[in-house]
Ligand binder design. Structure first.
Ligand code: S3P
Length: 432
């Protein structure tokens, strides 16, 4: 069984460059594939999830080559240039691949089946099917349209106005991509803002997109043209190193070239409320996304806080690591309005509640969140990742401030977003 053993660290020190952003890497491949001509993607994330998107587009007839490590070339064929695949497309663990692809395939005149691994086949798809059907798509899923596999027979779509029931960038992006095809304007409104990488990047390929308040509009019929994109570092991967350096005394880490798009950095706002020593410096722009260096100093006692409502989508992927920070803060930290976390790569509320309890943390699990008592002296134990990359990395950070030995089962799932996570952690750790 793939497992890793970790013990406490004395400090975390040095410079760290996070892996390229997962959400932006997916989108760069998808938009380049449906644009006409050549696109170069620099600093592309080579991880399981984003490689699922690459194989999906290869199966749809797109020529994608890797020139040097970290740089790929996509020879796009335009929004109508995809070909019917000869087999089921396996999206493996990647919800972004399946949901964004559904929006495109709904408008392409051929038959496709999208499937995935055990985790992805339990993730809700009706949220994507409903608006696409309203646009005229012929798309259905297992268990009365709840889950993958999805069967899609592409058709001519019509533009719609759609009010999203949940704040989800994957759902928003699926509808925007479908909106590239019909005549007229498709409008989608979110309850709260979610990550806006699609709205930032797609216009650079030639799409006509307008953003006003919580609504995003796209005009169909635009011609997309290939272009080069540089992917910034992934804030969500950096978050594990930010947390590790805040928790382990005498730490001092500079995280270089990390994306700080405000729809992704709700975690930094919470850290500020908790009183953490975090400085964002050298802010500049890369391919339409803000990028910065983040300097973190450890040892300061954090204060517990409350997180709810519109704060949640802005730190949706940072929930597991936030739970670890909460266990070491003064007082109680409470997260509510976060029911979406139950349907991620794992049920992340249940996973963190169960595993932190094993390390000795007192907490209350609720349907929509969790309350965690802080200042716990963590005791190393055998813990489970549930095959969820962000749970594995969060538990690894907890191990750095636990007594004795922590064993993480199924730890190789970090390959989904951060293949050299454990090597990087080891490199920055000081022991003694
Ligand atoms: C993502 C959106 C979020 C996030 C996921 C990546 C994206 O999911 O949790 O890791 O790339 O659009 P939801 O749209 O389901 O919130």
């Amino acid at each position: 069984m793939d497992r890793i053993e970790l013990t406490s660290a004395k400090c975390i020190k040095g410079e760290f460059v996070p892996p390229p952003d997962k959400s932006i890497s997916h989108r760069a491949v998808i938009f380049s594939s449906i644009a006409e001509g050549k696109s170069v993607i620099k600093n592309f994330l080579r991880a399981e999830d984003t490689l699922s998107t690459v194989s999906a587009f290869r199966a749809l007839g797109i020529d994608i080559t890797e020139e040097r490590t970290g740089e790929i070339i996509v020879h796009g064929r335009g929004i109508n240039g995809l070909r019917e695949p000869g087999n089921v497309i396996d999206c493996r663990n990647s919800g972004t691949t399946m949901r964004l692809l559904s929006g495109i395939l709904a408008a392409n005149p051929f038959f496709t089946v999208l499937s995935g691994d055990d985790s992805l086949r339990r993730r809700p798809m009706r949220r994507v099917l409903l608006p696409l059907r309203e646009m005229g798509a012929e798309i259905s899923g297992r268990d009365n349209d709840r889950y993958p596999p999805l069967a899609i027979k592409g058709k001519a779509l019509r533009a719609i106005k759609y009010e999203m029931p949940v704040a989800s960038a994957q759902l928003k992006s699926a509808v925007l991509l479908a909106g590239l095809y019909p005549e007229g304007e498709t409008e989608i409104t979110e309850p709260f803002p979610s990550r806006d990488h699609t709205e930032r990047m797609l216009p650079a390929f030639g799409a006509e997109i307008g953003v006003g308040g919580r609504a995003v509009r796209i005009r169909g019929g635009a011609k997309l043209r290939g272009r080069d994109t540089a992917v910034p570092g992934d804030f969500s991967s950096a978050a594990f190193f930010i947390a590790a350096s805040l928790l382990v005394r005498d730490s001092d880490v500079v995280i270089k070239s990390v994306g700080v798009n405000p729809t992704r950095t709700g975690f930094l706002n919470v850290l500020k409320k908790m009183g953490a020593d975090v400085v964002v410096e050298n802010i500049h722009e890369v391919s339409g996304e803000p990028v910065a260096d983040i300097h973190c100093t450890g040892g300061k006692t954090l204060k517990g806080t409350d997180i709810k409502g519109d704060e949640v989508p802005l730190l949706i992927d940072e929930f597991p690591i936030l739970c670890v920070l909460a266990s070491q803060a003064e007082g109680v930290t409470s997260i509510s309005g976060a029911e979406e976390l139950r349907i991620k790569e794992s049920d992340r509320i249940k996973a963190m509640a169960t595993e932190l309890r094993k390390l000795g943390v007192r907490l209350e699990e609720r349907p929509d969140g969790i309350s965690i008592e802080g200042r716990t002296g963590l005791k190393g134990s055998e813990v489970e990742s549930y095959g969820d990359h962000r749970i594995a990395m969060s538990l690894a950070v907890a191990a750095l401030v636990s007594s004795g030995k922590t064993t993480i089962n199924h730890a190789s799932c970090v390959d989904i977003s951060f293949p050299n996570f454990f090597e990087e952690l080891r490199r920055l750790e000081c022991r003694g």
